[in-house]
Design a binder for this molecule. Structure first.
Ligand SMILES: [Zn+2]
Length: 639
């Protein structure tokens, strides 16, 4: 999330793109996959069909749910009520939710609703659903007091600041979060009031923005507006009302989209988390309208960011921006790397593009981000990280429970409530197993239940146990990650001579019977990846896991581990350590300087110039200073 001191990036531009029509949707198709090639897409199962089994993900989801439950609905509603002229005796929250903050309401009436809806849909959490319902009842009362369907925790004056070119944080960004929260509550919990409120908000936006000239609108869009285009497309898909597509088009910036359509990377100088949501909106525009230009934009953007601008953990940016030319990440390791929201948004994009392409590449990338820069960014109290330091010698810090409410608090609350959403997808009656997470898929319509039993990544593989009401011929596709070699498949404990290249899906078609088991081993190896633009700096991975060096305890005089304000980084961050140096000599490979001490416990040891160092998966780093990247001596010889 950018602060209001941000500079403007986008020049005034010309008219918005041409309007497009929503094709009719099947009544149950809330995703709105209606364009001509929709039938070939791979889509997620409804969240209610997949449950986590006990394991590292369910533990983290429960911690997140407890944090969400610790928050009070009346306190969340405070600024909405004050804005609507309704009295409130509640103590408002602080940080980005305090009554003077121009972003207030983004978490209280937005992320909180999304996270509660997700927790209900993925785990049946009735307590959070009830709180979400109470929040919506309160928001409904506030909207009724406002004019024209407007709903926010601040008055519409802030939008006028945009019109007048006065400094203001990000009014549409916050508006998007609230609309998205309402839609999630409608789609995932069935709260129909939420849909009505969202439609009222969309009406206000349409009326307001249509009344502003195209040039003026483009100037206003220089200020971060989140996924306004995405949420309006989603609303159009749900309601089948074309006018929301028209409003969504008002939130498009040709100056940003046109170079991407021409496959040109002009991202240098742009704020990462301002721009990824715009592409998610473009991706949804493609899905709902079938306009392939949006597809090309989304695919090019994702490919470019992941190859030319990403760090090994699966996330991008320094000080929230793309500061360099593509492929030039030398000297960009610092405290303020990889804002957590950006990973959340890139992963949303990865799962959309996967649905069109069926390419394992995107699920490999999703896994990379999930294990290395999402898992591990929440502490034992449900508090979340903002930045992800990648220079050596730094450590994790978190928001405070009631005094921060960063953007990353919000996207983190959603992420940790939706770990089930990408494990299984389907295309017709074919099943795709994308992620190796202990879970159960209960596909009631097909009379099929699949238990995925695994301790992954402590176990190098997974087992699917089939429970079927009747034998049925169908294809199960399972991801063979690019990081593995010599994967082996067993059906009912008998080896199957089935092969698929790493980085693809193995498809097994057979008549699946009740009691069948399908096991796959996915051997992990040590490997290394260099930093884009600097062959002398490398990170070590084991399978999908980035390994971090344990650099010892956090100094006792270090800044707080929990930040008790809206600030996103500690006040006085010391200079980083130099990157740890390997003993690299010509021809050395990672397994010659990193030793696997225990596969099941994921313990490793590296020989460095300062002696042996313990290595552990980055997601397990809690209270240590760490290093993700290493300085190598003979980079050209490393492989
Ligand atoms: Zn953020």
């Amino acid at each position: 999330m950018i602060s209001h001191s941000r500079r403007d990036f986008l020049k005034t531009s010309t008219a918005v793109a041409g309007l497009t029509v929503v094709r009719s949707l099947a009544p149950t198709d809330v995703l709105g996959l209606s364009s001509p090639d929709a039938s070939s897409r791979i889509v997620p199962f409804p969240l209610s069909a997949v449950r986590l089994a006990p394991g590292i993900f369910s533990e983290q989801a429960e911690i997140n749910a407890r944090y969400l439950d610790s928050l009070s609905v009346d306190r969340l509603l405070h600024s909405f009520r004050v804005t609507a002229g309704i009295s409130s005796a509640a103590t408002p929250y602080k940080g980005w939710e305090e009554p003077t903050c121009e972003l207030r309401g983004h978490f209280a009436g937005g992320h909180y609703l999304s996270a509660s809806a997700l927790a209900f849909a993925t785990s049946g959490n009735d307590v959070l659903k009830k709180k979400g319902d109470e929040l919506i009842a309160g928001l409904s009362q506030c909207q009724a007091k406002n004019a024209g369907g407007y709903l926010s925790a601040y008055p519409p004056d802030l939008f006028e600041h945009l019109v007048q070119g006065k400094p203001v944080w990000a009014p549409f960004y916050t508006y998007h979060k609230i609309m998205a929260g309402l839609l999630d509550m409608y789609v995932l919990t069935g709260n129909s009031d939420a849909l009505q409120i969202a439609e009222g908000m969309a009406r206000w936006v349409g009326d307001y923005f249509m009344g502003i000239g195209a040039e003026q609108r483009q100037r206003m869009l220089r200020t971060e507006y989140g996924g306004m285009n995405e949420v309006l497309v989603n609303l159009a898909a749900i309601t089948k009302k074309d006018r929301y597509i028209e409003t969504a088009h008002l939130f498009e910036q040709p100056d940003f989209l046109d170079p991407l359509a021409d496959r040109r990377d002009q991202l240098q100088g742009l704020h990462a988390n301002t721009h990824v949501p715009k592409i998610i909106g473009a991706a949804r525009m493609y899905e709902v309208t079938g306009d392939r230009r949006y597809q090309q934009i989304a695919e090019y953007f994702l490919e470019e960011v992941l190859t030319a601008r990403n760090y090994v953990i699966g996330n991008t940016s320094l000080e929230e921006n793309w500061k360099t030319l593509p492929g030039q990440l030398k000297d960009t390791l610092g405290w303020k790397n990889a804002e957590c929201c950006v990973a959340y948004n890139l992963m949303k994009l990865e799962r959309l593009v996967f649905g069109w392409t069926a390419s394992a590449r995107w699920m490999d990338e999703y896994e990379r981000a999930l294990f290395n820069c999402r898992l591990g960014t929440q502490n034992a109290h449900g508090l979340k990280q903002y930045f992800f330091p990648l220079a050596a010698g730094y450590w994790r810090v978190y928001n405070s429970p009631e005094e921060s409410f960063w953007c990353c608090t919000g996207t983190g609350a959603e992420e940790f409530a939706k770990f089930t959403d990408t494990i299984f997808f389907h295309r017709g009656d074919e099943i795709f197993v994308n992620q190796f997470i202990a879970s159960t898929l209960d596909w009631k319509e097909e009379g099929l239940l699949i238990d995925q039993v695994t301790q992954f990544p402590h176990e190098q593989g997974t087992t699917l146990k089939i429970k079927a009401s009747r034998p049925a011929a169908r294809t199960i596709h399972i991801r063979i990650p690019a990081w593995t070699a010599n994967a082996e498949v067993m059906i009912n404990n008998r080896a199957l001579e089935a092969v698929a290249d790493p980085g693809s899906y193995l498809a097994i078609r057979r008549v699946w019977q009740d009691g069948d088991t399908f096991s796959i081993s996915l051997p992990m190896q040590l490997r290394q990846e260099t930093l884009a633009g600097d062959d002398s700096v490398a990170a070590v991975l084991y399978g999908p896991l980035v390994l971090a060096a344990d650099l010892g305890p956090i100094p006792s005089d270090a800044p707080d581990r929990v930040i008790h304000s809206g600030d996103t980084a500690p006040d006085k961050v010391p200079s980083p350590d130099p990157l740890p140096k390997t003993h690299a000599t010509p021809g050395i490979k990672p397994d010659q300087w990193v030793k696997t001490e225990s596969k099941s416990e994921l313990r490793f040891k590296a020989a460095t110039q300062a002696g042996d160092r313990e290595l552990m998966p980055m997601y397990k780093v809690r209270d240590q200073r760490y290093a993700v990247y290493w300085q190598t001596e003979n980079p050209k010889q490393l492989s």
